[in-house]
Design a protein around this ligand. Structure first.
Ligand code: PEP
Ligand code: MG
Length: 567
């Protein structure tokens, strides 16, 4: 049995599909018959085009029209007469098809790369896809297409990038195993949203596991079994069955209010990454959206999304959620959230560098595009604006200044928006926690981002397996920080929520009830379970537990106490 990080609950049983980059090396040879070689290239190109069109067709429904167009654009590029002539001429001159494809792709790549226009430079990525696709066909290799896997596939990859996850065919994927990534990495967050059991950071997974191996992925415990015995398989099936029964029992909480055992009402909302995730939030009975991570819109695009593109996405969520609250976080770029085309300079310490609100305030014209889109969308629902990675009051004031400037512009243009739109902040840095009283005086709400708050408080990178022992919400330093933030917010009468993963932690929920948290924002599949846990605790019981927890001095003691008290 192999151990990794328990990133997305559930047990998946299936056959491994190891998505390693195929080896596309070849030995250049002079073809005996150039005409036959051209024919071999033509057949490879036909297969490539056919597969690419089929993939584009599937992506129309699974991902979106725009992404599908990019895909079919590869065929247009690969069948461009100029490109074909260049390849065929090289074959006539004595190169084999592989070599001709490689050289011509190099030529196009260099040409695009030298362009002053960013849009043209971005075509380099398309050329690389064409090169890989054509060479695979010529060499008889396979690129694993995550959008069309056979049923019960266990995807094994080095890392699951946001764009890979966007194409994943959730119906056929029984589990995910990666070699890197932590519980709060974006791949883990997406796996949870897709409800796919996932174990991340299993060392050398792509070497140990072979294509076709039967695997059991226990995403709750973070364990992987490769080639299980019949007994192990039976046990896993029974476990999966039990989990399904527990899930079915939670249905009793559907359509119910979220209240503690003594009737204190809480708001239970969902975290989402793109407008379509709102469907999942509704399906799981969320009472609104507590965190829309807008950076996914930027990550899934090839260039900065325009004001209209962003407006469309925000409006879609606002309309889907009717009049329920929708908190949209402005662009949180940098650190663990890379957006390649933004070309942020490499830094020695990117987690503490030029990122999130720091980047946005330094690029006000770009930030205003997002703010205008958010304001315009606020005419269609209860949208609230949330600022990421705040460390000072000055940042909040400057962001609010830009929001006011955008409001004036819209007034002049006669465009409708919610004049009383609420502006709140994430509390995810120790600095924000320490000045929570001052921030509460000038913000409409708080949302505690424990994923980063734990990392920055403990100086432990959220994705680094070797410092995982420090990264815990049960650490006394983190507990005190969270308690203080909630108290400061409640004193000023603003809503205090939590959108970090800890809001869905069954062990931690009673402490949050005791501290006075008003809003729990969790991944959509965790909604009903969170409602059920909240319903089990009275304030008095939670207070008694919290008092004991706060008197303890180590993470292990706190965890043991919470485990012993779990209902
Ligand atoms: C957090 O830091 O807790 C959070 C919710 O934001 P993200 O995970 O996107 O950094
Ligand atoms: Mg964060």
């Amino acid at each position: 049995m192999y151990q990794g990080v328990n990133a997305s609950d559930g047990i998946g049983i299936g056959t491994a599909r190891v998505a390693v980059d195929p080896d596309l090396t070849f030995v250049p040879k002079t073809p005996k018959d150039p005409e036959a070689e051209k024919q071999r290239f033509k057949e490879a190109l036909d297969r490539f085009s056919e597969k690419t069109y089929a993939q584009a067709e599937r992506m129309k429904t699974s991902v979106g029209e725009k992404e599908a167009e990019i895909m079919s654009g590869h065929v247009t590029m690969a069948t461009d007469p100029f490109m074909l002539d260049e390849i065929n001429n090289r074959i006539t001159d004595g190169r084999c098809a592989e070599q001709a494809v490689n050289e011509v792709c190099d030529m196009f790549y260099d040409m695009f790369d030298a362009s002053e226009e960013q849009l043209i430079r971005e075509r380099c990525a398309d050329i690389q896809d064409i090169r890989t696709g054509e060479l695979c066909e010529l060499l008889g290799k396979e690129v694993i297409d995550l959008s069309s896997l056979p049923p019960n596939s266990i995807v094994v990859v080095h890392d699951l990038t946001p764009s890979m996850t966007a194409t994943i065919d959730k119906e056929n994927v029984a589990g995910v195993i990666t070699e890197v990534g932590g519980r709060t990495s974006h791949s883990a967050i997406i796996a949870r949203a897709l409800e796919i059991p996932a174990v991340l950071s299993m060392p050398d997974a792509c070497t140990i596991i072979k294509n076709g191996d039967v695997c059991i992925v226990d995403g709750t415990k973070g364990e992987v079994e490769v080639g299980p015995s019949q007994d192990e398989l039976e046990a896993a099936k029974a476990e999966a069955h039990k989990a399904a029964a527990a899930k079915a029992a939670l249905e009793a909480f559907r359509g119910k209010e979220t209240v503690t055992a003594d009737g204190d009402k809480k708001l239970l909302v969902a975290n989402i990454g793109n407008p379509d995730d709102a469907n999942g939030a509704i399906e799981h009975d969320a009472e609104g959206i507590g965190l829309f991570r807008s950076e996914f819109l930027f990550m899934d695009a090839k260039e900065l999304p325009s004001e209209d593109d962003q407006f469309g996405a925000y409006q879609k969520v606002a309309l889907r959620m009717k009049n329920q609250p929708v908190i949209i976080r402005t662009l949180d770029v940098g650190g663990d959230k890379e957006i390649p085309y933004m070309n942020l300079q490499k830094e020695d310490n990117p987690f503490m560098g030029y990122r999130a609100i720091r980047y946005c305030l330094d690029n006000p014209d770009q930030y205003k595009v997002q703010i205008r889109a958010l304001l315009r969308a606020s005419a269609f629902g209860d949208i609230k604006i949330m600022l990421p990675l705040v460390t000072s009051l000055d940042e909040v004031r400057r962001a609010k200044g830009l929001i006011e400037a955008c409001k004036s512009e819209l007034d002049k243009e006669g465009i409708d928006y919610n004049k009383d739109i609420e502006v709140g902040t994430m509390i995810e840095t120790p600095a924000a926690s320490l000045i929570a009283d001052n921030l509460a005086a000038e913000c409409d709400f708080f949302s505690i981002g424990t994923n980063d708050l734990i990392g920055y408080t403990m100086c432990a990178d959220r994705g680094n397996d070797r410092v995982r022992y420090l990264y815990s919400v049960y650490n006394p330093a983190v507990l005190r920080s969270i308690k203080r933030v909630i108290e400061c917010g409640n004193e000023k009468g603003i809503m205090v929520g939590m959108c970090g993963e800890a809001a869905a932690d069954p062990l931690f929920i009673p402490l949050l009830i005791s501290f006075g948290l008003g809003e729990f924002s969790v991944s959509a599949p965790a909604i009903l379970r969170t409602r059920s846990i909240i319903s089990k605790w009275t304030k008095a019981e939670a207070d008694e537990l919290a008092e004991k927890a706060l008197s303890l001095k180590t993470t292990a003691e706190v965890k043991a106490l919470l485990e012993s008290a779990a209902k």
